[in-house]
Design a protein around this ligand. Sequence first.
Ligand code: SF4
Ligand code: SF4
Length: 372
Amino acid sequence: MKYRRFGRTEMHLSVFTLGGMRFLDSKETAIRTAFEAVRLGINHIETARGYGDSEKFLGEAFRAGLPRDKLFITTKITPTADRDTMRRQIDESLKRMRISRIDNFDVHGINLPEHLALCTRKNGCMKAVQEAMDEGIIGHVGFSTHGRLPLLLETINTDLFESINLHYYYFNQNNAPAVELAHQKDMGVFIISPTDKGGQLFNPTPKLEQLCAPYSPMAINHRFLLSDPRIHTLSLGASNPKEFAPHIAVADNDAPLTELEKAIFARLDNQYRTVPSLCEQCMQCLPCPENINIPEVLRLRNLALGFDMQEFAQYRYGMFGNAGHWYPGTTANACTDCGDCLPRCPVELKIPTLLEESHKLMFQGNRKRLWS
Ligand code: SF4
Ligand code: SF4
């Protein structure tokens, strides 16, 4: 296992983090999974108050002997309107996890400007976080986000946070400027769910396998991330001890990309460019009066047509309208053909036609977020 300095927090974290969001099966499985993570050299476990019993199961693992001194713990709490609510929730999380200190506390889900406003208001939730830091109950503070890039940049620029937990993968590089800005500010950079949200790469399409050969798509995505020294740790949401193996196979490989790997990425890039009416992800078509997340719909279309990633596209598309600010936007059939977006698209895409096509391609029914 390799370890990286997590920006100015000066914590040295393993390049894989055990994400506790899938501690679902049972307390016993969660405990075994946490022990296996430590055995493999993982020294960072991340959970959240909002992940069902996850914090509680982690506490049970500590009670069963999980070595606290070998681990950095991150938990996340959504921003609150006032200091007292946040303080109560921090104390509850500590109790559930049976620990006396949260090494790294993340404000969970700065997804909208309103969430950032809760963090910057006087005597708001950050007052409780600061007090807990002064008392030594919290070591460092960061934030997680599913928001749009301008909000990420604004949040980073507040300088309130020492780390960021964000979506960034080979198959979704829209947040690249946030990774760079975080790097410039010497923040820790933690990647959310690179395998699942990064393209359900545990279940790759034959076309993707062929393009990534001789590596697996999961491994090549890990290499994309770990060859980048600005990125420090990737979450690995194992639900049982057996799920570590394919990831750990590349855990020690954080070297620069080889010529072969560069050739694979060139092959993937070339294939992507063959998508007819490719959406360039410039975001200029927004806002849509019907709240359609046009770039994200068309990103899923790009992946479905470019890499046969239709199942992944259907999985994500099914979340529109069901996951609130965690995955904003309505389904593409809400388009009224008003034409507002058309003059804003620099590559003159026929957006309403593409949205209609995308809906037919991807709509299969509604899905819920794992933790709504
Ligand atoms: S044409 Fe459709 S997608 Fe474009 S702005 Fe109007 S409703 Fe939104
Ligand atoms: S403006 Fe055009 S290219 Fe840019 S994100 Fe919107 S649809 Fe895609």
